[in-house]
Ligand binder design. Structure first.
Ligand SMILES: CCCCCCC/C=C/C(=O)SCCNC(=O)CCNC(=O)[C@H](O)C(C)(C)COP(=O)(O)OP(=O)(O)OC[C@H]1O[C@@H](n2cnc3c(N)ncnc32)[C@H](O)[C@@H]1OP(=O)(O)O
Ligand SMILES: NC(=O)C1=CN([C@@H]2O[C@H](COP(=O)(O)OP(=O)(O)OC[C@H]3O[C@@H](n4cnc5c(N)ncnc54)[C@H](OP(=O)(O)O)[C@@H]3O)[C@@H](O)[C@H]2O)C=CC1
Length: 277
């Protein structure tokens, strides 16, 4: 689909690059010639993914443990990443979600999600932007958001608030940093059943059809479809796209937000969900 070597010479840092959508993007970017920096909290997971991708593609893959909730950890990550060569693009992919009735969320529960999905994405974007501006280098930031940033969505409010906040950051910095040749874009995926999604969102719904008829195409999305769009948005072909969030959801948000079935859940079903966490 893409020309060989499309991303040759590019160094791309992906938060949450050890699993799911992050790993799918990593594999695609590496296959097109990019060198990678993958970060996450679990060193073993990162190392396995990094070794697998390096062996399959021959790319250089640096796996660096980092908890993006901690700004000092983020600075250390970017220092270590830069030591291996300047980073050209950041992918804000790490994120967190609970499915819960909002009246049952504690302050700590709200903070737990915002710390990763909102604050962590902001810390990483600022860490990258400061370095690009100081070095007079161009850069690009791709954030993996959600159609819920358009529609809103019940039962996942901390995540929706975070994704909407990162969309606001994307649009704002796209303007503020344009003269520095820094471009910010985003993808809003619908449902893509990764292991993280199955554990955090679909737990307790095992046995239900994997392809809910909640979008116009009546199937879930695939990680490789997201990786294709991410590749395009980080490639020179997308140089004229700035401040935009591109939807990849099979048309779902045109019909619903994705949680309408949860409105019909009984108290007993919600109690079972709470007990599982
Ligand atoms: C049906 C909806 C369809 C929508 C589609 C959604 C599309 C999006 C999908 C995704 O985002 S998939 C990616 C999912 N991946 C992740 O979430 C991975 C990252 N997550 C984490 O690392 C952790 O979950 C976390 C956010 C760091 C939280 O860690 P942990 O569970 O260990 O929390 P604690 O630190 O123990 O607790 C903090 C606080 O939160 C309360 N809490 C925990 N779970 C729940 C829950 N399910 N519901 C309500 N509250 C919860 C917990 O009780 C603590 O509060 P206090 O009790 O101390 O007040
Ligand atoms: N799958 C889907 O249907 C959709 C996903 N998304 C978004 O896509 C992104 C990826 O999700 P997906 O691949 O499905 O799920 P995963 O659970 O696989 O992705 C989360 C990744 O983020 C990392 N991570 C979590 N917290 C931190 C942290 N504090 N510091 C550093 N890394 C962290 C995790 O690694 P570790 O635990 O080792 O830290 C993991 O690799 C998320 O932002 C999600 O909200 C959006 C819409 C739909």
């Amino acid at each position: 689909m893409f020309a060989d070597g499309l991303l040759a010479g590019k160094r791309i840092l992906i938060t949450g690059g050890g699993t799911g959508l992050g790993a799918a993007m990593a594999e695609r970017f590496a296959g097109l010639g990019a060198s990678l920096v993958l970060c996450g909290r679990r060193e073993e997971v990162l190392r396995e993914t990094g070794e697998r991708i390096a062996a399959a593609t021959g790319a250089r893959v640096d796996a660096i443990r980092c908890d993006i909730r901690d700004p000092a950890d983020v600075d250390a990550l970017f220092d270590a990443a830069w030591a291996g060569g300047p980073v050209d693009s950041l992918v804000n992919n790490a994120g967190a979600i609970f499915v819960a009735r909002s009246e049952h969320l504690s302050h700590r529960a709200f903070d737990a999600v915002l710390a990763t999905s909102l604050h962590g994405s902001i810390y990483c974007t600022l860490a990258a932007g400061k370095r690009w501006i100081a070095a007079g280098r161009p850069g690009s930031v791709l954030s993996i958001l959600s159609t819920a940033a358009i529609t809103g969505r019940g039962f996942t409010v901390p995540t929706v608030v975070s994704k909407t906040g990162v969309l606001a950051m994307t649009k704002s910095l796209a303007v503020e940093w344009a003269s520095k040749r820094i471009r910010l874009v985003a993808i809003a995926p619908g449902t893509i059943p990764t292991a993280g999604f199955m554990a955090k969102v679909a737990a307790g719904r095992e046995g239900e059809p994997e392809a809910p008829g909640d979008n116009t195409l009546e199937r879930p999305g695939r990680p490789d479809e997201l990786a294709d769009l991410a590749t395009y948005l980080l490639s020179p072909a997308a140089d004229y796209i700035n401040g935009e969030m591109v939807v990849l959801d099979g048309g779902r948000h045109l019909r619903n937000s994705g949680v309408e079935d949860l409105l019909k859940r009984s108290d007993a079903e919600w109690e079972a969900q709470r007990a599982r966490r």
